[in-house]
Design a protein around this ligand. Structure first.
Ligand code: C2E
Ligand code: CA
Ligand code: CA
Ligand code: CA
Length: 417
């Protein structure tokens, strides 16, 4: 046992003992299931020796949060279970789970490498959520599974309704695997207009899933699922291919902007796929924009910069998406010089309501301009927001005020009208 922790079998025994003691009135029992966020890429990138050293540090940090009477076990490659005894209230369990997750969210240092992983947790209580060791662990695992894809640091308690949700999600996952082959995805396009003239310059491609039973499903429901497996690669290829094919047929040489997931960039050769599609459809590389969020830098910033530079060298433009919402947007600006920043729509929504927001947006626009980047404001819905953004000299605008995402055909109709 690499981490010196009990395995699943020993865990079952200890849990059963703790449950017996609790039944005799010796305090409460809870199981917390923990899953590390980005462990596999660490192994892939830095090798098993670093992965193993990381696991040992992970276990050490968790032990430091737990009391000597608690049990910590390793139940899978990057999954751990903590069994808490003598825990009277849900608040107390939530607090401990939160501290475990927080302990794993701080960066690790191994062989002079800074590694950021993070974790999520699911918790279940005896006897409400399960009366046997197996049932309690299953409940905690179900709670954990329900938080996956919500980002780092989530802690959740088991609820009976989660069983049905889990079932629905597994179903969606297996359907997603077939959806590319079945041709169920669609790209909708939303105009991005010039801030001064209002003329359309670019269309952003936004994916939808035309599900045979459920109808049109938005990306928020399936992109995170696809990102957790390598399904995102096939899906991303389809987006690249389809966006190039569509843009090549447009009546005017508008640019087409595609969203690329950080995991897609890491798992596949995006520049090669883009180059092949551009050539196949005889599309000028200068007509394509790649939008990416700053989370691309969290895992392995050097590798990300190499890929972004390859795209740049091909003649594409690069946009930093959702700017201002992440952890350290400013520091990432030093790593790679993007052609444009997209100000997240949470800022735009509050423009005009909140004078601090105005100050922040003004600062972002000035910062971008001073660094030689253009700025696009996302989610512009009102004439009031537009007036403010114009006054701030925001270069491009995107939002329902100018047009909602629509199927490709409607673009040609708009133009013909
Ligand atoms: P995003 O890249 O920030 O895309 C903009 C989102 O804002 C879109 O949501 C768009 O419909 C919505 N939006 C645009 N204007 C307005 C407005 O005025 N008001 C409001 N309330 N919303 C507006 P959508 O299409 O649901 O996409 C959500 C996210 O899914 C995107 O956020 C992007 O991160 C991701 N996504 C979409 N297509 C793809 C794709 O092909 N590949 C990948 N990897 N991710 C994608
Ligand atoms: Ca994991
Ligand atoms: Ca985008
Ligand atoms: Ca965005």
């Amino acid at each position: 046992a690499l981490t010196g922790l009990p395995n699943r079998y020993l865990l079952g025994q200890r849990l059963t003992q703790a449950m017996d003691a609790a039944t005799q009135g010796d305090g409460g029992v809870a199981a917390i299931y923990l899953d590390l966020d980005r462990f596999k890429p660490v192994n892939d990138l830095h090798g098993h020796a670093v992965g193993d050293a990381l696991l040992i540090q992970v276990a050490g940090r968790m032990r430091a949060v737990l009391r000597p009477t608690d049990t910590l076990a390793r139940v899978g490659g990057d999954e751990f279970v903590a069994v808490l005894t003598h825990v009277p209230t849900a608040d107390r369990i939530a607090e401990i789970a939160g501290r475990l997750v927080a302990a794993l969210s701080r960066p690790f240092e191994i062989e002079a490498r800074r590694i950021e992983i993070g974790a999520s947790a699911g918790a279940a209580r005896y006897p409400a959520d399960g009366r046997t060791a197996e049932a309690l662990l299953h409940a905690a695992d179900t709670a954990l599974y329900s938080v996956k894809g919500e980002g780092r640091g989530t802690v959740r308690f088991f609820e009976p309704a989660m069983e049905a949700q889990l079932q629905a999600r597994r179903q969606l996952e297996s359907e997603l695997a077939l959806a590319v082959a079945r041709g169920e995805f669609r790209l909708h396009y939303q105009p991005i207009v010039n801030g001064r003239t209002g003329e359309i310059e670019t269309f952003e491609a936004l994916i939808r899933w035309q599900h045979p039973v459920r109808g049109l499903i938005g990306p928020a429901e399936f992109i995170p699922l696809a990102e957790q497996s390598d399904l995102i690669v096939g899906l991303g290829q389809w987006v690249i291919e389809t966006a190039c094919a569509d843009a090549a047929r447009w009546p005017r040489p508008w640019r087409v902007s595609i969203n690329v997931s950080p995991s897609q960039l890491r798992l596949s050769d995006v520049p090669a796929a883009v180059a092949a599609a551009l050539e196949r459809h005889e599309l000028d590389p200068a007509r394509m924009v790649v939008e990416i969020t700053e989370s691309v830098f969290i895992q392995d910033a050097d590798a990300a910069v190499v890929v972004l530079n390859r795209l740049r060298a091909m003649g594409l433009r690069l946009a930093l998406d959702d700017f201002g919402t992440g952890y350290s947007s400013l520091s990432y600006l030093q790593l790679f010089k993007f052609d444009k920043l997209k100000i997240d729509r949470t800022f735009v929504r509050r423009l005009g309501e909140n004078s601090d927001t105005l100050t922040i947006v003004r600062a972002i626009v000035n910062l971008a301009h001073n660094l030689g980047m253009h700025v696009t404001a996302e989610g512009v819905e009102t004439a009031g927001q537009l007036a403010i953004l114009r006054a701030l000299e925001c270069d491009q605008m995107q939002g329902y005020l100018f047009g909602r995402p629509a199927p490709e055909v409607r673009i040609a109709e708009t133009d013909a009208a």
